[in-house]
Design a protein around this ligand. Structure first.
Ligand code: NAG
Length: 154
C-alpha cells in the first residue's frame, strides 16, 4: 500500500516536473494539488455555492483559467465549449494552468520579503487581487497543505 502511494506521488511528480517553471517548484505544485483535492484527478466540475464553478484536481475556476491565458490540451480548440473543463481536469494541463497563472501574478503575498510556496498557495486560493487576505487556519485546504509541505520541507 505504501509502495503504491509512493509510486502515485512519483508519477505525479514527473508531470509536475514537466511543467516546471522558475515560479513554481514541482513539490509545491504537488502540495497545492494535495491541498486542493488530495490531488484526485477524478475531481469533476462542481458548483460549491452559487456563482462558483470549480473543476479538476486543482479546483480551477473559468476566470482563473482565462487569466492564465486559456491553456488547452494538445489538439483541442480554445473556442470549443468544454475546452476549459478538458484542460483543468487533466493533471498536466491543470498544472500548466497554475504555472501560467503564477508566472503572471505570483507576488510576495505575505510581505515577508521572499516568494515561497506559501505565496503560491495564497495566490491560488485567494486569487491575484486578494492574496494577502486571511486563510482560515481551520480550512481543510490549509491543513492538507501543511501536512504535505512538512513532508517535502517546503
Ligand atoms: C476522487 O474523486 C471521485 C469523484 O469525486 C470520487 O468518486 C473518488 O472516490 C475520489 N477518490 C479518492 C481517492 O478520494
Amino acid at each position: 500500500m505504501a509502495l503504491i502511494k509512493q509510486a502515485m506521488i512519483a508519477d505525479k511528480a514527473v508531470i509536475f516536473a514537466l511543467v516546471y517553471g522558475e515560479e513554481v517548484d514541482p513539490n509545491c505544485l504537488g502540495c497545492l494539488c494535495e491541498a486542493s483535492t488530495k490531488c484526485n484527478v477524478s475531481t469533476a466540475c462542481h458548483v460549491p455555492y452559487p456563482g462558483a464553478y470549480f473543476c479538476g484536481p486543482f479546483l480551477i475556476s473559468w476566470a482563473y483559467w482565462a487569466d492564465a491565458g486559456k491553456p488547452i490540451i494538445d489538439g483541442d480548440n480554445v473556442e470549443r465549449k468544454g475546452a476549459f473543463e478538458s484542460c483543468v481536469q487533466d493533471l498536466y494541463c491543470g498544472a500548466e494552468t497554475v504555472r501560467r497563472y503564477m508566472a503572471k501574478f505570483l507576488d510576495d503575498c505575505d510581505g515577508n520579503g521572499v516568494v515561497t510556496c506559501i505565496d503560491v498557495i495564497r495566490t491560488h486560493k485567494l486569487g491575484r487581487d486578494g492574496c494577502n487576505g486571511v486563510i482560515s487556519q481551520g480550512d481543510k485546504f490549509w491543513a492538507q497543505y501543511q501536512t504535505c509541505a512538512s513532508r517535502f520541507n517546503l
